[in-house]
Design a protein around this ligand. Structure first.
Ligand code: ADP
Ligand code: MG
Length: 307
């Protein structure tokens, strides 16, 4: 295990930012911490990276305890904080030399800086001042500094926030590339990011973990809500579809389209087809409506607000 979080609670004044949270991340995984603003994502990341102590619970990174072995933890963790704080007046290479110095890389630092500049695609920018770079390139500098000491674990707090669509794609592919050799925990409130980058998603809401599943599994989760979308030539009495075994509910989407909520994992398309024919309904198209992480996320975070 690269990261083990056990029964962690973090309290700010009256507020529990993390409420008895447990989570393990295996070596080599790319895990998304997904949740709305204020969910506790940054707090969890600050605890893992030794910037904040937990009030209760244990956190170990590569076997080292964040409280009693924080220097060792800092050696094995690379961290890109939220809002990527950088020194705008420093040159890219100068800044990386400064960070290499903090990590006491010594004679290895020249080679490492060269590798990082290459790996993060900063070859054309490394002689520029950080303040002169675009947001996407500043993120690359942030990722380069997080990687410079070759940590086993990489913690990225909202690495793509504020990027334009092209930069977003570039940074996501950089994270995926880096993730081939590292354990990565990244936070995001963007569902598409999870689907694009991560093997597994942990959903956090109001300081509590409300779901933890492989990204693919979460998309398929809630099989009780398999949805068939069917298009007809006009409106029919679609309520009748509820007579079919397994159909839980029917929602009219527009004049010609209906969404059929199926309670089981059965493929009811053939039944829907035959039912339409029997009733002289003209069916034009039919397919599954994928349960996206987004829908599941909405559902789960909504439900936990209710409880
Ligand atoms: P996220 O990163 O998911 O948006 P945070 O971990 O930053 O959430 O914050 C979780 C909760 O803890 C929020 O309600 C936030 O206001 C509160 N919080 C975070 N840091 C502090 C702090 N230093 N002092 C007081 N409250 C804080
Ligand atoms: Mg945050």
């Amino acid at each position: 295990m690269s990261i083990i979080i056990k029964d962690v609670t973090k309290i700010f004044g009256e507020q529990k930012a993390l409420d008895n949270v447990s989570l393990s991340v295996e070596k080599g995984e790319i895990v998304a911490l997904l949740g709305p603003n204020g969910a506790g994502k940054s707090t969890m990341m600050k605890i893992i990276t030794c910037y904040l102590p937990p009030n209760e619970g244990d956190v170990k990174v590569c076997g080292f305890d964040v409280l009693s072995e924080s220097l060792k933890v800092r050696k094995v963790v690379g961290y890109l904080p939220e809002n990527n704080p950088l020194y705008p007046d420093m040159y890219v290479r100068e800044y990386l030399e400064f960070i290499a110095g903090i990590h006491k890389l010594g004679s290895k630092s020249g080679e490492r800086i060269k590798d990082m500049i290459y790996q993060t695609g900063l070859e054309l920018e490394h002689h520029k001042k950080i303040g002169a770079l675009s947001k996407g390139y500043r993120q690359r500098v942030g990722i380069a500094q997080a990687l410079i000491h070759d940590p086993e674990v990489l913690i990225l707090d909202e690495p793509t926030s504020g990027l334009d669509p092209n930069q977003l794609i570039e940074i996501r592919s950089l994270v995926r590339e880096v993730g081939k050799h590292k354990t990565v925990l990244l936070s995001t409130h963007i569902m598409q990011e999870v689907e694009a980058v991560c093997d597994r998603v942990v959903i956090i809401n109001r300081g509590k973990i409300v779901a933890d599943a492989p990204t693919r599994e979460l998309q398929l989760l809630n099989l009780t809500n398999r949805i068939i979308r069917a298009e007809f030539d006009k409106t029919y009495d679609w309520e009748l579809l509820k007579n079919l075994n397994g159909v839980m509910d029917v929602h009219q989407e527009n004049e010609k389209t209906v969404r059929i909520f199926v309670s089981s994992n059965d493929d009811l398309r053939a039944e829907v087809f035959h039912f339409a024919v029997k009733n002289n309904w003209v069916l034009l198209a039919m397919g599954f409506d994928d349960q996206s992480v987004e829908q599941v996320f909405r559902k789960l975070t909504f439900e936990s607000k209710q409880s």
